[in-house]
Design a protein around this ligand. Structure first.
Ligand code: ACO
Length: 377
């Protein structure tokens, strides 16, 4: 069988690996749309719950539909209690992404619809996954840091509960809105690495939890979702705004990548970074500490001048999350909480019109040769 040649740079760059009605990205002009709606409009006017419905159903919800979804999410906030044993027993060094992956895996085994990959069951499981992932991340953090877990409020939004469960108090409404915007912006992004991983798993007709577990493991890597934690590491290493350029010069001279820059698809600024830059400044000003915003701007200027690279979504999410009081180790899990919407939508779409995803590889190893017995080697 004839095999298409490898893309010149590998990494499946520029290869169309499937069809989807969920998300459109124009990398040249920096446009991102979910089911036809510009991300800037959604960030301005929508909510994460509304975005979930849009991704799952292809249309914005009516008022009764949104109320039904909010009720279903609220009714499904509490995961099985066994997940808290996993959090309590996890070694101190365990990465919160590994913990989330393990907890989702555990929930998959015990899900009431675990054996059903039909669309109705997939939707029910998607609601449970989206409702519970924020609870898993925030409550596990409280357990691991010796704080008493607090109860989620089923009448409140995912964003409100995320802040409440993590900090244990009544969150500030403007902070809740900032979290909601972050959740919307990170919800979906086409055939990115973790979504591709989820689709490959789903395309074997494996279940939604298994596909999400594949996705969580893929998002964790520093070239993908794990970059936001590395951005914060970098910001903490910087002496001050004036010393930033020299620090970046040194990194680039050592052929190191600056996290939060560059993208496989965007040839200009990632539109999510444009929105998060504004939130980073506003949050810094409101919380009386613009240090992280100013350092991020300094990094952005230096990297652009020295390397011509534009920021991606992870650059400004680091300072935004820090201003919201999220610990650095939870940045990638919080990304996973929002991407759960996109992963589940992609898995539902894959199951609806499935064909096994099984590409070829180009063999570059030894030519055919006779087997050499062990005694003669
Ligand atoms: N810092 C320094 N140099 C970079 C960076 C960066 N952040 N990004 C790309 N480059 C350089 C590469 O060194 C390479 O240069 P070379 O041709 O001289 O070797 C060139 O730009 C092209 O890079 P590739 O790795 O081939 O581009 P690719 O499309 O495969 O990579 C990626 C995209 C992985 C995002 C890359 O830009 C990167 O490593 N960025 C840093 C990590 C990061 O921020 N990831 C988050 C992405 S957004 C998300 O996943 C949510």
């Amino acid at each position: 069988m004839a095999v298409a040649p490898l893309a010149p740079k590998g990494g499946l760059e520029g290869i169309i690996a499937g069809r989807s009605a969920l998300c459109e990205i124009d990398g040249e002009t920096g446009k991102l749309l979910y089911a036809g709606y510009d991300i800037a409009d959604l960030a301005e006017h929508s909510s994460f719950e509304e975005t979930c419905w849009l991704l799952w159903h292809g249309e914005l919800p009516t008022q009764p539909e949104l109320a039904t979804l909010a009720q279903a999410l609220g009714a499904n906030l509490e995961p099985r209690a066994t997940v808290w044993d996993v959090a309590a027993d996890a070694p101190e060094c365990a990465d919160p992404m590994d913990l989330l992956r393990t907890q989702v895996s555990l929930l998959g085994m015990s899900d009431p619809d675990c054996a059903d990959n039909g669309e109705h069951a997939d939707h029910a499981k998607a609601i449970r996954l989206v409702a519970q992932s924020g609870v898993l991340v925030a409550t596990s953090e409280r357990i691991r840091t010796g704080l008493r877990p607090v109860d989620p409020d089923p009448t409140r939004s995912i964003a409100w509960n995320l802040l409440h469960l993590l900090h244990g108090d009544e969150p500030d409404e403007q902070d809740v809105r900032a979290v909601d915007v972050c959740l919307i912006l990170h919800a979906e992004h086409g055939m990115n690495a973790s979504t591709f991983a989820a689709r490959v798993t789903a395309a074997t007709l494996s279940d939604i939890h298994s596909a999400v577990v594949s996705a969580i493991g893929t998002l964790k890597g520093p070239l993908h979702g794990g970059a936001n934690e590395r951005v914060m590491e970098l910001l903490r290493q910087l002496p001050d705004v004036d010393g930033t350029r020299a620090h970046i010069e040194q990194l680039l001279a050592n052929r190191k990548r600056v996290m939060g820059f560059g993208h496989r698809v965007y040839r200009t600024e990632d539109p999510r970074a444009t929105i998060l830059r504004r939130h980073s400044r506003d949050l810094g000003e409101r919380h009386g500490d613009t240090r992280w915003y100013e350092l991020t701007v300094a990094v952005e200027k230096s990297v652009h001048q020295l390397k011509g690279l534009y920021p991606n979504v992870d650059l400004y999410s680091a300072s935004v999350y820090t201003s919201l009081g999220f610990p650095q180790r939870l940045f990638t899990p919080i990304f996973a909480v929002s991407r759960m919407a996109g992963w589940t939508a992609n898995i539902i779409e894959q199951h609806r019109d499935n064909r096994l995803i099984r590409p070829d590889s180009e063999y570059v190893g030894a030519p055919p040769r006779p087997y050499v017995p062990l005694s003669e080697r």
